[in-house]
Design a protein around this ligand. Structure first.
Ligand SMILES: Cc1ncc(COP(=O)(O)O)c(C=O)c1O
Length: 493
């Protein structure tokens, strides 16, 4: 057979068969480097791309991700119907813009915004995800700090931010992109969240703020925002706190409503939350909220006149579909407080069940149960399990059954520690959890069996080496004796 180019050349003359796999397109590689010269029928393009995607993992078995993998048909319909609307066109799509504001009002209320004249003071914007929200919030803290420093005639060239070494990578990005030094509170082998005392001790005159995480990416644990706030107050510091509630913002208010972490605390100036995680919308939507307008410096707000409307804009991106905002609104009004509470309570119970089963198998549990953290189960192999394989081997074995339960190393400062994490999401019902438990047990059994077979193979190999070397020792000894005898005979001659 000739090259791919030759093959394409030969096939280009072939009559098009209307059956996808009889068409010439099915006999050619998928275009990967250049725009094809001609068209292909839409059914063929659809089927070939669908086939190509079959090698992706199954989203519902992907327990690595926090991102929503189930939505109702009605939500999907709204999502599809509004995906051709660009939310930036305020004049053309005023209802979509109003719906964005409704979502923000609901979130401001959920996060206990202060109220002035009967209205919440908190305001914000939709973003493409929590990362974008964090970028803007970090920039806002930096600008505000610079403005204050300059007003006092002080140097404003060395900003720093205090956060745990377990922050999500977007925080490192924000620090690097906006030239802010990272002051990291180290995680330890027994503490995977920020230590409030160390964090507050690290604050200096150049600190733009402290980041506290409501549900860390590694273990799902909540950092103690209240303790940080109280320590700051005790020390007479007005350092702003930004709460990264990417996941916890849609969990804690329903499972753990008494936890104090949001705008109830006076130092909390901004919060981000991902609509596409426990907000139950497909990727990508996130939200950034500020306590009140004074925390978002004016220089970050663009007053644009776009397509006939005056509007305020403070996002990194310009165009984006209205669809995810509409889908978020659907989830908020469809589920209400009781719906979110039912779902998050189910997930918490399922996570607790998974935790108990893994504990019985001997794993060390690193996450917090009983609604004290996210419905996430972080675990690692324990020395008592007496195994020679590691978490990566177990993850690979589970992958054979379709499960994506990643193995990775803990955050900086304990990066030698291997661990695994299962994110319990809406569609991870108890039935599916029981299947996972069974598959983990089977995987452990298979890996242990493989170890025994490997050990037996090594033993056999070692024994065969021992036999060979014994034989060659005997052979060598014999030949030395023979040589000596021959030598003697020769000497005697
Ligand atoms: C704590 C935390 N912050 C921020 C992010 C980034 O969120 P997004 O994927 O919505 O940009 C994540 C993502 O997992 C996260 O867990």
């Amino acid at each position: 057979m000739g090259s791919i180019e030759e093959l394409s050349e030969q096939l280009s003359g072939q009559n098009d068969c209307t059956y996808v796999y009889g068409s010439r397109f099915a006999a050619m590689p998928m275009p990967s480097h250049q725009l094809p010269d001609g068209e292909m029928p839409k059914e063929v393009a659809y089927q070939l791309i669908k086939d190509d995607l079959a090698l992706d993992g199954q989203p519902i078995l992907n327990l690595a991700s926090f991102v929503t993998t189930y939505m109702e048909d009605e939500a999907l319909k709204l999502l599809a119907e509004s995906s051709n609307k660009n939310i930036i066109d305020h004049e053309e799509y005023p209802k979509s813009v109003e719906i964005e504001h409704r979502c923000l009002n609901i979130l401001a209320d959920l996060f206990h915004s202060p109220v002035s004249d009967g209205h919440p003071t908190a305001f914000g914007t939709s973003c493409i995800g929590s990362s974008e929200a964090i970028m803007i919030a970090t920039l806002a803290m930096k600008k505000r700090w610079q403005i204050n420093r300059k007003a006092q005639g002080k140097d404003a060239s060395n900003p720093n931010i205090v956060m745990s070494s377990g922050v999500q990578v977007c925080w490192e990005k924000a620090a690097r992109y906006f030239e802010i030094a990272e002051k990291l509170v180290p995680c330890t082998e027994t503490r995977y969240v920020i230590d409030p005392v160390q964090a507050v001790d690290m604050v200096d005159e150049n600190t733009i703020g402290i980041c506290a995480i409501l549900g860390t990416t590694y273990t799902g644990q909540y950092e103690d925002v209240q303790a940080i706030s109280e320590l700051l107050i005790k020390k007479g510091l007005d350092t702003p706190i930004h709460v990264d509630a990417a996941s916890g913002g849609f969990v804690a208010p329903f499972v753990n409503p008494d936890l104090v972490w949001d705008f109830k605390l006076p130092n909390v100036v901004s919060i981000n939350v991902s609509g596409h995680k426990y907000g139950l919308v497909y990727p990508g939507i996130g939200w950034a909220l500020w306590r009140s307008p004074e925390y978002l410096p004016e220089e970050l707000v663009f007053n644009i006149d776009y397509l006939g409307a005056e509007q305020l804009n403070f996002t990194m991106n310009f165009s984006k579909p209205a669809s995810h905002i509409i889908a978020q609104y659907y989830q908020l009004i469809r589920l209400g407080r009781s719906g979110y509470t039912n779902i998050m309570t189910n997930l918490t119970r399922t996570a607790d069940y998974l935790t108990s089963q893994l504990q019985e198998m001997g794993f060390i549990i690193m996450s917090e149960g009983g609604g004290q953290g996210l419905p996430v189960v972080a675990f690692r192999l324990s020395p008592t399990q007496n195994v020679f394989f590691d978490e990566w081997a177990l993850a690979r074995k589970l992958r054979e059954r379709g499960w994506i339960v990643p193995a990775y190393t803990m955050a900086a400062d304990c990066e030698t520690m291997g661990m695994m994490r299962a994110v319990v999401r809406t569609d991870f019902s108890m039935g599916r959890c029981i299947s996972l438990v069974r598959d983990v047990q089977d995987a452990l059994g298979d890996l242990a069996g493989m170890e025994i077979r490997n050990i037996q193979r090594y033993q056999a190999l070692v024994q065969s080496y021992v036999k060979i070397s014994r034989k060659s020792f005997v052979d060598r000894t014999c030949s030395r004796v023979v040589n000596r005898e021959i030598g003697k005979e020769i000497e005697g001659v």
